[in-house]
Design a protein. Sequence first.
Length: 208
Amino acid sequence: MPDHRRAEPPDTTDLARLRSAASGCEGCSLYQDATQTVFGAGSTGAKVLVVGEQPGDKEDVAGEPFVGPAGKLLDRAFEEAGFDRRSLYVTNAVKHFKFKREGKRRIHRKPGRTEVVACRPWLLAELRAVRPDLVLLLGATAAQSLLGTQFRLTQHRGEPVEPPEDLADLVPSAVATVHPSAVLRAPDRDEAYAAFVADLKAAGKLLG
């Protein structure tokens, strides 16, 4: 049975054990309203580890990351950019859905710094387990979860980014771009999508 007092991951690089432990995490208050923990998906040895912000409504119900509209757009963009989905491990900086209710709808709310910090040990555990060649950060929350709060996505979008010294062994190379949900909300979706795919192609070049 999961330890429902757990706030820190166990000392293991076994993704199945990490996923089981994360299912009982109460490191912040988000577990109280979310349906379940949404842990990462992919295999140990994936070349690319993709970090989003948090699960959305569809992900919260399904228990898998990026299965909603933003996930479908991401899949299409990855295919156009030449990424093999088998080379990816996909996760989020925060593992529980944060929302407010409007009638029967659950509306996404951006996670706060306290929630990002509480969940960061799980993200680091995933990095240790997967050991990717490239970390792709989708959106400011994901980028700042690993690169620090001073990182500005608008200034460094689509560029190779130097990870902090304490993460150099876990993040050999990193690229940050927008979250696919931002593409869905863009006034000119076609233009935003083209720019997003361009960022992914630039990231792919780092893999050779």
